[in-house]
Design a protein around this ligand. Structure first.
Ligand code: IMP
Ligand code: MG
Length: 187
């Protein structure tokens, strides 16, 4: 895959290589393994976007852990967060008295993670933390503390490594960002 790709007529440029993502994921997993030594946290992946990061992350974790998944819907086919969060798959794990680590692909407006946090805290976990691969700090509408952040990124639409554009492109190995329009050009 080259440094530039076109999806639905939109041009995207290479933003984070798979090597960079792998190295950072390993660092986060090592920190989590140290912080949770002697505990058995439950990693909760947020479907669909976090699946790739989730599976790479937990395989670098060296402590015992459990996994579960939660599915929300907020974007539809759009490139801008609607903030309209709905639950499509509930948790099937015991939350009460367990150490919960939510795994997100990206925190944009913060509305999804805010919703998830409130939902999980209602069930009294022993502890609650969030790990996200990407954080669009400038896009935040609600501030939810993020305990482990892979990369803080500018407010650009990104795809690949689990992140979709109209349900596609999740299988790209690297992350690509939508190119900014420069001037009016000739087209
Ligand atoms: P938030 O509720 O606005 O924080 O958005 C969270 C969810 O929106 C993430 O879990 C992603 O699935 C999706 N999302 C946010 N930004 C992007 C992006 O740039 N590309 C693809 N999906 C995104
Ligand atoms: Mg998504």
């Amino acid at each position: 895959m080259g440094d530039e790709i076109t999806v639905n007529g939109d041009r995207f440029e290479l933003f984070l290589t798979e090597e960079k993502i792998r190295a950072r994921t390993k660092e986060l997993a090592q920190r989590i393994s140290t912080d949770y030594e002697g505990m058995v946290p439950i990693f909760i992946g947020i479907l669909n976007g976090s699946v790739i990061f989730f599976s790479d992350l937990i395989r670098e974790v060296s402590i015992e852990c459990e996994v579960d998944f939660l599915k929300l819907s907020s974007y539809g086919d759009a490139k801008i967060s609607s903030g309209n969060v709905r639950m499509l798959k509930e948790l099937n794990c015991p939350v009460t008295d367990h150490h919960i680590i939510v795994v997100e692909d990206i925190v944009d407006s913060g509305l999804s993670i805010d919703f998830i946090k409130k939902l999980i805290l209602q069930q009294y976990p022993k502890s609650f933390r969030v790990v996200t691969l990407l954080y669009k700090k400038e896009a935040a509408k609600v501030i939810v503390p993020l305990d482990y952040v892979g990369f803080e990124i500018p407010n650009r639409f990104v795809i690949g490594y689990g992140l979709d554009y109209a349900h596609k492109m999740r299988n790209l190995k690297s992350i690509y960002a939508l190119r900014e329009h420069r001037g009016t050009g000739s087209a």
